[in-house]
Ligand binder design. Structure first.
Ligand SMILES: [Zn+2]
Length: 147
């Protein structure tokens, strides 16, 4: 269930490239295994090299899917998506991903007039200037009225 939610956020093109990556890794592993094999041991070498390449391909594909998630998630939160993808990709030991999940902002609202995503705290659309109905200020107003 959580995997489906994760994949619904990752762009379809990134999912396609991750699948292609796994397929290419498996193919390269099989070819390398075939070339490196002795005469009688072709199947064993091919399956060993193909399996190792498949594992590497799956790990790289998962990394690519996570970068795609950061890109799409940062975009829907009106954060700098390319910058956060670079941070997630370049910081060692997954610290970039950790930093992203610590620093990320609430999901942004969409302008009813032009469709531009605007952060929740912003009262007017930065693209067209239309006043934004802020749900947080409405909730605060409701809470104040109830007191
Ligand atoms: Zn707008």
């Amino acid at each position: 269930m959580r995997l489906r939610r994760f994949l619904s956020i990752v762009p379809k093109a990134v999912q396609l490239w991750a699948s292609v990556l796994v397929g290419c890794a498996l193919l390269i592993g099989l070819i390398v295994g075939y070339k490196a094999a002795d005469r009688g041991d072709v199947l064993r070498t091919m399956s060993a090299d193909g399996g190792a390449a498949l594992v590497v391909g799956i790990v790289l594909a998962i990394w690519l899917l996570c970068l795609g998630f950061v890109f799409a998630d940062a975009r829907r939160r009106a954060m700098r998506s390319v910058l956060w993808v670079l941070v997630a990709a370049l910081f060692p030991h997954l610290l970039g991903f950790l930093l992203y999940f610590v620093m990320r902002q609430p999901i942004a609202s969409t302008c009813t007039h032009c469709g531009q995503t605007t952060p929740l705290h912003q009262r007017f659309c930065s693209s067209c200037g239309t006043p934004q109905a802020s749900s947080t200020s409405d909730n605060v107003r409701l809470a104040v009225d109830q007191c």
